[in-house]
Design a protein around this ligand. Structure first.
Ligand SMILES: [Zn+2]
Length: 216
């Protein structure tokens, strides 16, 4: 199917859809990613598919999950929904770090978080401001292994694979992370505590069920 898009019109592209565009003149366009909360249920599978197919990911799912988990304005419903994802993420991340530690990786460096010091991060990463794995092209956020000899970065899965195949390579590798081991261990409980605190503060809405305008 094809169609022309006029100014003011927009196209919604659903997950697993492929698109291409042909421009016959000067074009200004912008795309925005958005998703309803229930998308989180299948998000990990979609990103695993991307990783396996080595398609570049447009953003880091881990970063999205952590941003939601640490957002003070996030509703208890979303936080409850996100808890299993955060637990899985933190548990898997720690397991991968344990594997790297067992190889004897010693040199580590904490990366500045994007929001904390974007200029410094951009200087480290180049113009795009993002890191990606040399093998699977996943957008890297929580951690990565930097090969100082080749000047490339790897996700932890592919770093483990690379070092398994060539043990001496570990001497040129540096482990870089945004969140340390303890922060990842504490995070699920931090989110659970936020849910508890928010639930206690919840004041019953006397206008519940009324049309939206009357709530204001
Ligand atoms: Zn990778």
């Amino acid at each position: 199917m094809y169609r022309y898009v006029d100014p003011g019109q927009f196209i919604i592209v659903f997950p697993k859809a492929f698109t291409s565009c042909i421009s016959t003149g000067y074009v200004v366009s912008e795309s925005v990613y958005f998703a309803p909360p229930y998308w989180l249920k299948t998000a990990r599978n979609l990103f695993d598919d991307l990783k396996n197919s080595r398609e570049p990911s447009m953003f880091s799912l881990d970063r999205l999950l952590l941003s939601i988990a640490l957002d003070a304005k996030c509703s208890t419903e979303i936080l409850r929904q996100i808890i299993p994802h955060i637990e899985e993420l933190c548990q898997q991340e720690r397991a991968k770090r344990d594997k790297l530690n067992n190889f004897g990786m010693m040199e580590t460096e904490r990366m500045p978080l994007p929001d904390a010091n974007i200029r410094k991060r951009k200087r480290l990463q180049g113009e795009e401001g993002d890191y990606e794995c040399e093998i699977c092209r996943m957008n890297l956020y929580i951690s990565m292994v930097f090969d100082t000899q080749e000047g490339v970065t790897y996700c932890l899965d592919h770093a483990v694979e690379m070092i398994k195949n060539k043990k001496s390579q570990i001497n040129n590798c540096k482990f870089m992370f945004s969140y340390d081991y303890k922060e990842l261990t504490d995070l699920p409980n931090k989110v659970k505590l936020a849910i508890e605190t928010k639930s206690q503060k919840k004041v019953p809405n006397k206008y519940a069920g009324m049309p939206t305008l009357l709530n204001k």
